[in-house]
Design a protein around this ligand. Structure first.
Ligand SMILES: [Cu+2]
Length: 250
């Protein structure tokens, strides 16, 4: 019979001992990151971090340059070529502005609405009263479907922030209506920034796998959980667990 012993090591000690350790993932958790760049000459950038762990999606967004005092719809798009258009791509809006559907073949359709509360399905894609205003930072953990979770973990997500003041009036206006909702001006929904939601490289410590060729008594598997991902997972406790399976009787 095998037993499992659990050793708790202070996170600080682990970091000090393994300063160059590559992030290693706990079983199902995959770290996500994106660096968004401008569309429609918006000047908007954003840093995105997060994770997908089973059906649990965590997304943190820090935008810069969004129109102040205006809501900004934000989504994870999936489909198309899972990519972003270039800032100079011409679209169907005013003076060639890029509307959402113009680049749907690249970033696909809305898969997750990154609302501040409540429903986060595509149905809430334009729930303007539940999206961040201006450059407000965003952080939320959501439940997503198996399919969407798999796609995101597979690196197929694209984060798009919407809402651009094309004419510099300080508010959403103009003569061209939104291709998503004709009751809104295109400025309210035109894409402002886009970035692919990249999956962190998975890497296990070298030499960590012991196939147990020495027989039953010698079978031993050690799983190291180190690095940034584990520190995030460990949270406030700041403890990294090192589980070691031994061949001893319990
Ligand atoms: Cu979108």
């Amino acid at each position: 019979m095998k037993t499992t012993r659990t050793l708790a090591l202070a996170a600080a000690l682990t970091v000090a001992a393994l300063p160059l350790a590559a992030p290693a993932m706990a079983a199902d958790k995959t770290d996500l990151s994106a660096s968004l760049t401008q569309l429609n000459d918006s000047g908007v950038t954003a840093d995105v971090t997060g994770s997908i762990d089973g059906n649990e999606l965590t997304i943190n967004i820090t935008p810069n340059g969004l129109l102040a005092d205006a809501p900004h719809a934000q989504h994870i798009h999936i489909g198309g070529t899972n990519s972003c258009p270039s800032n100079d791509m011409e679209g169907s809006g005013a003076d060639g502005a890029l509307q959402v559907s113009d680049a749907a073949g690249m970033y696909g359709a809305i898969a997750v609405s990154l609302t501040t509360e409540g429903d986060s399905s595509p149905d809430s894609g334009l729930a303007v009263d539940r999206f961040p205003v201006g450059d407000a930072s965003y952080s939320r953990t959501l439940e997503v479907s198996d399919e969407v979770a798999d796609q995101i973990a597979n690196g197929e997500g694209v984060v798009v922030l919407h809402g651009v003041d094309l004419n510099g009036s300080g508010t959403y206006d103009g003569d061209v209506v939104s291709d998503l909702d004709p009751s809104l001006p295109e400025e309210a929904t035109d894409p402002a920034a886009c970035g692919t939601l990249d999956v962190a490289q998975m890497s296990m410590p070298s030499g960590g796998a012991d196939t147990g060729a020495g027989g039953a008594a010698g079978t031993s598997t050690t799983t190291f959980v180190v690095g940034g991902a584990a520190l995030a997972a460990a949270g406030a406790a700041g403890v990294v667990l090192l589980r070691r399976r031994t061949g001893q009787e319990g």
